[in-house]
Write a new protein. Structure first.
Length: 52
């Protein structure tokens, strides 16, 4: 989508941020961390146990 590149972060940096949120925030308040992976039909949810 045009004009959204400034929202993109490196996956490793995003995982570090999400790990902090997972430790300090209630599950209902957590955003879903997803990646738009090439060759997939949609976004892929990323979690601490996800392989990079």
């Amino acid at each position: 989508m045009k004009g959204t590149d400034h929202f993109r972060v490196d996956v490793r940096d995003g995982m570090k941020l999400m790990e902090k949120l997972w430790k300090t925030t209630s599950g209902i308040c957590l955003p879903r961390y997803v990646a738009d992976m090439p060759g997939t039909k949609g976004k892929v949810p990323l979690q601490p146990a996800s392989l990079l």
